[in-house]
Design a protein around this ligand. Sequence first.
Ligand SMILES: Cc1ncc(COP(=O)(O)O)c(C=O)c1O
Length: 398
Amino acid sequence: MPHPTQVQAEQFGAHNYHPLEVVVHRAEGSWVYDTEGKGYLDLLSAYSALNFGHRHPNLIAAAKAQLELVTLTSRAFHNDQLGPFLAELTDFVGLDLALPMNTGAEAVETAIKAARAWGYRIKAVPADQAVIVVCDGNFHGRTTTIVSFSDDPTARDDFGPFTPGFVSVPFGDVAALRVALAQPNAVGFLVEPVQGEAGIVVPPVGYLKAARQLCDEHNVLLIADEIQSGLGRTGRTFACEHEGVVPDAYLLGKALGGGIYPVSAVVARREVLGVFRPGEHGSTFGGNPLGAAIGREVIRMLRTGEYQQRSAELGEHLLARLRAEAPETVREVRGIGLWAGIEMYPEAGPARQRCEALLLEGVLAKDTHSTTIRLAPPLIIELSELDWAIDRVLKVLA
Ligand SMILES: Cc1ncc(COP(=O)(O)O)c(C=O)c1O
C-alpha cells in the first residue's frame, strides 16, 4: 500500500520523476528512515549533494546559527556572509573570482554567458557567433539552453526550438576535440571531468591534460563542470586534480550546499568572471547569507582533507570488491573515488528492477540509462556499512 503522502505527490505533482517506492521521513549520517521507521543505507547521496551525509552536525549548526541572524538580503545590499564565503571559496579553489548562484543548472548557465561575453569582449569573436564545445553523453542540467546541447532524447524531445551555438564531440576523443577547438569562434570547452549521469564514465588517462593544452593553444576557456564530480567525490577535491589540470572555470553545486540548501557557484580566472557588469546577470537568492554560511562550513570541512581521503580509500575498496565479486550479469564496473557505475548486460533486465530489489534489502541506489546502477555513498560512510551494502548489491546483481 503506497503511503498517503506518496499518493498525494502522484495525484497533485507533475510526473517529471519516477521515484522508487520509499517515503523518507527522517535521516541521519548515511541512513534514511521511512515513515514506518525502517532504515535504509543511502548509496545515492542525492547525486553527491550529500557528500557529508545527512544533517552533518557542523553544517546543521552553521545553518541554525545563520537562521537566527539573517537569511536573505538579495544582492541589492551587502550581507556579512557573502564576502567571506567568496574569499574563502576562491582561496580554497585557487582561482580569482566567484559568482554564487543556487542550482547546478544556474551555474552552468552563468558559465555559458560568461564564456560568450568573454569571447566577444576579450577574444573578439564576431557578435552572436560564439561556439561552445561540449561532449556527447553530457549532462549539465535541465534548462532550455542546457538541453539544447544534450543528446538524450528524453531530455530534449518536444522542448525545442533549441539555443544555437554548441558543437558536440565524443567524450574522451582528443582528435575530435582538436578539430572542434580550432574553429576561430570557439570560446569554451564545457566538460564533466567524469560523466556522472551518463553512468560514471571516466575519460582515458591524459584526456583532460590534452584538453587543457588544446584550450591554451586555441585561446578557448576550459570549463570544468564539477557539480557532481567535485568536492571530494573522486578522492580528490576536484576530479581535474587527477591529471594536474586547472581549468579556467570550475562549476560547483550540489555538495557546496551541504545537502541542506541549494548553493552553486562559478569559480574562475579574473578575466572570465570579470566580464560581468552590474545588471547583466544575477539571481534573487544567489549569494544569500544562509547559503553562504553553509558554504563556508563546507569549505572548512573540505580543508581538513578528511573527506577526500575517505573517498579515495573507501572508493578503492568499493571498486575492488565490485570488480572482483561481480556476477556474470555485470558487463563492466566503472568508477573513481567513492563513485561507481555498475553496467549490466541488457539481457540481465532493467537496472531499475535491481534498484527495487536493493530497496527491499535496505539500500538506496538509482539506475541510469536502463542498464547502469550508480553508487555514490556519502563520504562519511563507515567501512563496515559499505561492506554491508556491497554484500546486498552483489546479492541483487546475481
Ligand atoms: C554534472 C552536472 N551538472 C549540472 C547538474 C545540474 O544541477 P541541478 O540539478 O542542481 O540543476 C548536474 C545534476 O545532476 C550534474 O550532474
